[in-house]
Design a protein around this ligand. Structure first.
Ligand SMILES: C[S@@+](CC[C@H](N)C(=O)[O-])C[C@H]1O[C@@H](n2cnc3c(N)ncnc32)[C@H](O)[C@@H]1O
Length: 325
């Protein structure tokens, strides 16, 4: 075992101390791979459960060393379980044994956790599922962006594309949006999202949930003349749809994605665009929006920074907020 790597634990915990002591947050990225001196190993804390992501192509430590780090963190943080996720590059072609392991209630370390529990993020709560596949239901890098969306949403009609479990939608509704439309290709994520609304005491009745490919939704929205004041686009880097059969590659479709959203945006509307595609820079995001703004004036209003637990890896996740006249 490489003891060199376990020595990265204390500095990583020190950096996150303000978050760990903040009683209003209990979901924190504890170890951020290379940014914390352990390339390829990411560990997140979801209340009493830790999730360890082993990124196949970047992992600098062996499995035993990764386990020793997870064990030490588990003790230091008083966690009850650690679940392990193997991150392979091509998720579509993932080994079925890995897919099965990600659904296994038996943890890597500790005692089995409940299939679902709620985590806190300031005034909001979200359901997470530690053994529901690669992802557990919440992207922590957007913690501050969700707060921003909450602050921007009062009185606005909000469209959340690639909504997943509706993290941004819940933030918008809690912030006083008159209506939030959430679009995702997977019904089960939208169902999970509705439960997140309910968890926060938010009535789903005024809101809309569209189980649809985003580009199909654009056609429908154009037909129905739907309009929004704030559109959120936080897409995956790559996805495959069955109905209609379609491959989504962000790198290739970024401009079309922005163009479709801008068409639905009211005058003086806002567009929040985010990506964790390492191949797409913040500058490219800005250029993409500006290149399809048509005759509308487009100002980049904010370039939100990453939360402190994601510091040191600026290529990972980038966000811009554009205002369109
Ligand atoms: C990276 S997650 C998005 C995270 C989300 N924005 C959030 O804040 O938690 C990707 C989501 O996009 C959805 N998705 C992928 N391709 C899609 C498409 N072409 N149309 C609609 N949804 C899609 C997936 O079902 C998944 O829920």
């Amino acid at each position: 075992m490489s003891l060199g790597y376990t020595s990265q634990i204390e500095p990583a915990l020190r950096l996150r101390q303000p978050l760990l002591e903040d009683g209003s947050i209990d979901a924190v990225r504890i170890l951020n791979g290379a940014a914390d001196g352990v390339p390829g190993l990411v560990i997140e804390k979801l209340g009493p459960v830790l999730i360890a992501q082993l990124h196949e192509q970047r992992l600098a430590v062996g499995e035993d060393a990764a386990r020793a780090i997870a064990e030490q963190l588990c003790r230091r943080l008083g966690a009850t379980a650690v679940y392990r996720k193997w991150f392979v590059r091509e998720r579509g072609g993932v080994d079925p044994r890995i897919a099965e392991a990600h659904q296994d209630p038996e943890p890597w370390l500790g005692q089995a956790a409940a299939p679902e529990h709620a985590v806190r993020e300031h005034e909001l709560q979200f359901f997470v599922r530690p053994y529901d596949g690669f992802s557990y239901g919440l992207f922590l890098e957007h913690r501050d962006n969700r707060t921003l969306v909450r602050e921007l949403s009062a009185g606005r009609r909000v469209l959340n594309l690639f909504a997943y479990t509706c993290g941004f939608s819940v933030a918008a509704a809690a912030g006083g949006a008159v209506q939030v439309a959430s679009v995702d290709a997977h019904k089960r994520y939208l169902e999970w999202g509705k439960r997140n609304f309910e968890l926060n005491g938010l009535d789903v009745a005024p809101h809309r949930f569209y189980c649809s490919d985003v580009f199909e939704f654009y056609k429908r929205a154009r037909r129905q003349k739907l309009r929004y004041d704030l559109v959120i686009i936080d897409p995956p880097t790559f996805s495959r749809q069955r109905k209609p059969r379609r491959v989504f590659v962000l790198e290739e479709q970024l401009e079309a994605l922005c163009a479709g959203a801008i068409e639905l945006l009211e005058r003086d509307g806002l567009l929040l665009l985010a990506t964790n595609d390492r191949g797409i820079s913040r500058q490219r995001l800005e250029q993409a929006v500006q290149s399809v703004a048509g005759g509308r004036r487009c100002d980049i209003r904010e370039r939100p920074a990453l939360p402190v637990d994601f510091a040191g890896d600026p290529d990972y996740s980038k966000t811009i907020i554009a205002a369109l006249s």
